[in-house]
Design a protein around this ligand. Structure first.
Ligand code: AMP
Ligand code: GLY
Length: 428
């Protein structure tokens, strides 16, 4: 088989982990990451273009004979990168990993995804969807639920569009701010109100070609900034894979009740889908319910999931793009992988960038996946975002993997560096 040139879009820890794995493939020709970070530079060539600059992306494909485009984040997918590349006779031959605009709506529109689940009888929280003209019925729906109340802006809101509120009056006030006051701009012209699900969360991932699927390792992520899962929501402070409660019996329920009806639902609705599908689940007393779909891999879950995949990723991705996943197999490393996210002081609120990162050369026995980093004009690796990098380690069990990650973390320093010291506290 000819070697494949790959262009990967994105610049976070997820993309460094994907690039690290893609770079190990004997099938790889050249690998570019746009825009990438200081970490992807060690395994690929970075391109200084935005992941949503479709014109520039197309030019890169043409200039470099790119054979496969792998889309890391949701924004280009929701904006229609697949259609842009696929519908142009100059680039229609390119393999694309990532769904089209319609499939990406599973993430881009909460009401679309809730209606999809309802239509295909996929277990999820009871819900209603409302516009500004439905304010009274929306309030009546809130009255019919028990606290806490879950309000979701329909569209993408940078991970901030979900409010969970204990008090009914406050919930009604926030609802009005979203629908009438433009709290999340256009994203909240429609609001989904949901029943609150009590349980423990789990992230499940598949690679699908819209006909069949390959199950990837599951993971748990830790979203809050503070110890004990307290404080503000972040992009994710750490992850662990595998997850002990996702045992065979539970995962069988996930396959039967959620994954298969989801893939079949896409087929029935005639929504082509070649790419990753991330299913955020709540385990409610042993039964899985879908919290959300994402049309991409999770971050920082990917940093713990990808290192557990022993199979060649380029060949799996090519099969996914070509609709040939039917007999694809995936070999999974049974070890545990943990990722601790190092973040900038002040994150997820205001933080400074440009802080030099010390000690990278001393890390051994763990992987470092860069997120918000860059190489400055003097050639130093500096912070360039809120989430800076993960310290990712293998172990025979959660504790030994965590011990390794935390011990290597001691070797790293940048001004303001913060991390949670209790990743995995709720497992075992
Ligand atoms: P989402 O953007 O839909 O993933 O929501 C963000 C977070 O809010 C989820 O990861 C959950 O922790 C929480 N959440 C969302 N919907 C519910 C629900 N119906 N019940 C309980 N928690 C929820
Ligand atoms: N870690 C959650 C996400 O990527 O959305």
């Amino acid at each position: 088989m000819d070697k494949m040139n790959v262009l990967l879009l994105g610049g976070g820890g997820r993309e460094h982990a994907l690039a690290w794995k893609i770079a190990q493939s004997p099938q790889l020709g050249r690998l570019w990451v746009a825009p990438g970070n200081a970490g992807t530079l060690s395994v690929a060539e970075n391109l200084n273009i935005s992941e949503t600059d479709f014109l520039a992306i197309k030019q890169v494909i043409l200039d470099n004979d790119v054979h496969m485009l792998v889309v890391g984040p949701e924004a280009p997918l929701v904006k229609g990168i697949r259609e842009y590349i696929e519908c142009d006779s100059d680039t229609e031959h390119v393999k694309i990993v990532g769904p089209g605009r319609e499939g990406a709506k599973l993430e881009g529109s909460k009401s679309f995804s809730k209606d999809f689940m309802h239509r295909h009888k996929i277990p999820t929280a009871k819900y209603g969807k409302f516009n500004a003209k439905d304010l009274d019925s929306a309030k009546a729906f809130l009255d019919s639920l028990n606290p806490p109340y879950v309000l979701k802006a329909d569209g993408l809101a940078g991970g901030k569009g979900v409010l969970i509120i204990d008090d009914i009056d406050e919930a009604k006030k926030s609802l009005e701010e979203m629908l009438v006051g433009g709290k999340f701009g256009a994203a909240s012209t429609t609001v989904v109100i949901e029943e609150f699900l009590k349980g423990i969360e789990l992230s499940v991932f598949i690679l699908t070609d819209g006909k069949t699927y390959v199950l990837l390792p599951e993971a748990k992520d830790y979203k809050r900034i503070g110890v004990g899962d307290t404080g503000l929501n972040t992009g994710g402070m750490g992850s662990i894979s595998p997850v002990p409660f996702a045992n065979e019996a539970f995962m069988q329920k996930v396959k039967d009740r959620i994954i298969e009806p989801s893939v079949n639902g896409l087929k029935k609705d005639r929504i082509p889908y070649n790419g990753f599908l991330f299913i955020g689940l709540m385990n409610c007393d042993g039964d899985p319910y879908v919290i959300e779909y994402n049309c991409r891999m999770g971050d920082p879950e990917t940093e713990s999931v990808i290192p557990r995949i022993d199979s060649d990723l380029v060949s799996l991705l090519a099969k996914c793009a070509d609709g040939e996943l039917e007999n694809a197999q995936i070999e999974v490393n049974p070890e545990t992988v943990t990722s601790i996210m190092l973040v900038s002081g002040g994150y997820p609120e205001n933080y400074e960038k440009g802080k030099q990162i010390y000690g990278l050369e001393n890390v051994n026995g763990s992987l470092i996946f860069h997120a918000g980093t860059m190489v400055n004009q003097e050639g130093a690796v500096v912070t360039n975002g809120g989430r800076v990098m993960t310290v990712t380690s293998y172990g025979d069990d959660i504790q030994s993997a965590l011990n390794q990650s935390y011990s290597e973390t001691q070797k790293l320093y940048f001004e303001g560096m913060y991390f949670r010291n209790d990743i995995g506290f709720d497992l075992d």
